[in-house]
Write a new protein. Structure first.
Length: 492
């Protein structure tokens, strides 16, 4: 690459990126093929779904929709993009001209962002001309896979913290800038209280916070001086990092000395706290709590960090660890225990003679057989308002729960199943119509509140536990199940 081209590329990356080109090459080669065969305008539908919950959990949390809508409604190819594609010697010139004037004109339906979701149900459906539907795949999946993964991981960590504060400390361990920023957004949707990532606070209204660095302590000649200097600057947020040298022999005694000096100046001790970033955190927090209490600072907060996740947090608390707040970094922002979410994008219907005809993918692996056709997804609630199942039906099919409703459990189709005294909520809503955004911008704080409300009021506690969570059922209407079975039979 020439120096001039390299500088131009770097400028694009840092200033005004056109992320339309963030797609797999095969999307463009297939689109070129469809175009040349005059199939580009055929109406199709694709579904986004995933096959299993991360970490063996009982559910996942849908995140990334705002970025998907923003991407699709702003897709365009700039002249330098066309020039680059031409240089690959893969594409017909008429197809490149088509891309030069490209805009998305289709429809997109999706669960509201923050919806608690389950495997094999369509969380997003794209209905558009074939080329348009094909080339949105990569960025759509990249956003959903990343943010849904981090939101789900965050929820597990928050659950383990059992009401204690959790903050995202992950930016420096994230895989790049976007992963840090959108990871912080997803973590907040999942339930963390705030982030240390300043840009995430600026863009999404997430509370930002932080304490102090080891370098601050190391800069000064001694720890006590470092603590005093910090307290002078930040008397209303005096959280001192006490593990630079020795937590119990040096850090806590010096912190107590500073806290006493601040109290003598009339500063309220509710602003005082310490952070421990290494060592046996369960043992050290128990000792620290006693030392602070004995010194007259029972309201001084204890914050811990250092490679935390839901498993280490559970272990620390089970050992009697005394913690008020957790700073969680690398294992949250990378979802270290299971770093792949696995959402996929599969064709579900093709227009033939003015009608959308279902398509099905069949595999030797049963889990990879898709649910065909245009369909609606309903969440079914019992009289107490708890979600008892999700239900797949043919698009537009009536779901009348005013009387007992017969359905099919696809894992046990021979059993007679009926919903009685239940209500339903349709999950997918239009977010893009004819290429235009129809979804309002939802503040990240509202999405996070929606997640909490679902988990508090609708989702069974048995589904939220870590070990052997209760399985949420994905049922089918009789008509939908019969249609799928006919397609499987016809494929033999």
């Amino acid at each position: 690459m020439s120096g001039g081209m390299e500088k131009k590329t770097m400028r694009q990356q840092s200033d005004a990126r056109n992320i339309t080109m963030m797609m797999d090459l095969y999307e463009l080669t297939m689109a070129n093929g469809y175009f040349l065969q005059e199939n580009a305008k055929t109406r199709v539908s694709f579904d986004v779904f995933y096959r299993k919950n991360p970490d063996g959990g009982g559910f996942a949390i849908f995140a990334g929709l705002e970025q998907v809508v923003e991407y699709i409604t702003n897709m365009h190819f700039e002249e330098e993009d066309i020039t680059y594609l031409r240089s690959l010697n893969l594409f017909d010139e008429d197809f490149l001209e088509y891309l030069r004037n490209f805009r998305f004109h289709g429809d997109v339906y999706a669960f509201p962002e923050g919806t608690v979701m389950y495997p094999d149900e369509p969380i997003i459906t794209v209905v558009a001309d074939l080329v348009e539907a094909q080339i949105v795949e990569t960025e759509l999946l990249a956003q959903v896979n990343h943010q849904s993964l981090i939101a789900t991981k965050a929820r597990r960590i928050v659950w383990a913290a059992d009401g204690r504060s959790v903050s995202d400390f992950g930016a420096r361990r994230a895989h790049n800038n976007d992963a840090a920023i959108y990871g912080a957004r997803a973590a907040f949707i999942g339930g963390v209280n705030g982030t240390a990532t300043v840009s995430a606070g600026q863009y999404f209204g997430i509370p930002v916070g932080g304490t102090m660095a080891h370098s601050w302590v190391m800069y000064y000649k001694d720890e006590l001086t470092a603590f005093r200097k910090f307290a002078e600057v930040y008397p209303d947020n005096c959280v001192l990092l006490v593990d630079t040298y020795d937590v119990l022999e040096s850090g806590i005694p010096n912190a107590i000395t500073v806290f006493k000096e601040m109290r003598e100046k009339g500063i309220n001790s509710k602003y005082f706290g310490i952070r421990i970033d290494s060592g046996d955190l369960a043992y050290l927090t128990k000792k620290t709590r006693k030392m602070l209490d004995d010194a007259g600072f029972p309201d001084a907060k204890i914050v811990i960090s250092n490679s935390l996740d839901e498993f280490t947090i559970t272990s620390i608390l089970s050992q009697g660890g005394q913690v008020d707040s957790f700073g969680v970094g690398e294992r949250l922002i990378t979802s270290k225990s299971e770093p792949v979410f696995g959402a996929v994008y599969k064709l579900s219907a093709v227009e033939e003679n003015g009608k959308m005809e279902p398509r099905i993918k069949i595999s030797e692996t049963v889990a990879k057989i898709t649910n065909p056709g245009l369909k609606d997804v309903y969440r079914i609630f019992n009289e107490e308002g708890h979600a008892v199942a999700d239900l797949l039906v043919n698009a537009g099919e009536e779901v009348d729960l005013s009387k007992p409703y017969r359905f099919v459990d696809p894992e046990s189709p021979w059993k007679k199943r009926t919903f009685v005294n239940c209500t339903a909520r349709k999950l997918q809503v239009p977010v893009i119509r004819k290429g235009e955004r129809v979804m309002s911008v939802v503040p990240t704080t509202e999405i996070a509140a929606y997640v909490k409300r679902q988990l508090r009021e609708e989702i069974w506690k048995e589904e939220q536990r870590f070990e052997n969570p209760h399985k949420h059922y994905l049922d089918m209407s009789v008509d939908y199940y019969n249609m799928k079975m006919r397609m499987l039979e016809e494929s033999r």
